[in-house]
Design a protein around this ligand. Sequence first.
Ligand SMILES: [Zn+2]
Length: 474
Amino acid sequence: MKRRHLQSILCICGSIYLILAHLGCQTKQGPIESSTTPPQNIFLLSLDTLRADHLSCYGYPRQTSPCIDYLAKQAVQFHDAFSQDSSTAPSHMTLFTSLFPSSHGVSKQNCLNQAIPTMAVFLKARHYATLGFTGGGNLSTSFGFDRGFDTYVCQDILGTPGDTTYLDERVLPAIMEKQANHSPFFCFLHTYCIHDPYVPPPPFHNMFSHDIRNESIERIRAIEQFWDMDLLQQRRHFWNIIDTSDPEHINFLRALYDGEIRYTDSILQKIFRRCGQMNGKTGTLTIIVSDHGEEFLDHRGYFHANKLYDELVHVPFILHWPDRFTSGSIRSDRVGLIDILPTVLGIVGGRSPNHFQGRDLLGSAHHEIGTDRPIFMDNMRRSLLKAGLRTSRWKFIETLDKSNQELYDLLNDPAEMSNLVEDTTLSEVRQSLESQLHQQISQNLKCFKKQSPQAIGQYDQQTRQELKALGYID
Ligand SMILES: [Zn+2]
């Protein structure tokens, strides 16, 4: 019965956004110049597994992101950006399609329906050459991520710690060639560098370890042995030296995770220096995002997926476009990865098709409808298991078999520790959020039925190896 219920709800969908209540969030529109010329080039950088609250420009006390901070000062920075899923494949497909995970249905077993256009398809139709360089695995061609790309390579630009040969000799020259020819291009860069195992190269491996115990210094020496291993071996050996029940080890993990962020930031600086963003070169739109965050026992676990708490769904989102934004600004309206494709399409002069479930965040309609809306999120790692709604004040999460409901007061409990769902004084709040959540799920169900995904069957050998190395399959 439970399975049948899940299957029926799994067939999710919807194409129109909930038009939702205004709840008092302030929004500050970035300074906009008169130029409406589309960008010559578009960079979309996805830094897998990067939680927003570990970036300096999002308030983190460690200096993990000097390059991203520098860019953010000239960009529009969305402080309240959320992923629609805490798993890699569904989250990225939402970024690419402006459909909720339970609408496009891409998960471990399912590939995107051929009829659904992606960001690369839209931009190619507008005469951008399309380049994709990704870490593969959950972004492999098996799921349909290569659709619309002239070139789509599944090899992480930062595969081995400290080794940038592939980036220097293959990726950057390919981008430079496009720039030299003045050929407009869309380049999607994705890396698993911040994803576990956390083995940053020197000097990043001990950059944030000064306040941890001597035993951890020994463990840092141990990880130096892992640098030359392949990812599968790195992961196995790394977790062998970690005692996940020891609080001190959590500090150690965080220090290494932050080292990975700082290392990745240094690589971004290298890319941006070559491509012109650091010297204010105009004509290029650069978007920095992540697909989800990472947990360090915030809610009794590690890694990501299966949960919808903020450490896993609050992600960075920075829009850098010197031609249009003359100086930095902060946007505090709640937005999602689902909004990025409509926003990009608006920037290049296109109109969002009716099936999009996100909004053009720079378009007038966003501000007319209301910038303070609940953000919907769900969990599609294997099938639709749970869904959530986040407002400025509340987070409501429900498993789809109705076995569990959670309600958090984010104003007084930002860490989402006290489940208030049984609090009778909050019955109206719960009922309202529950009703809105079910309305969105119902819309998603219709969308899913209309354009249901295709079963993948078996992964090709490379994808299988990549997923295994990342710990997603056995
Ligand atoms: Zn991911």
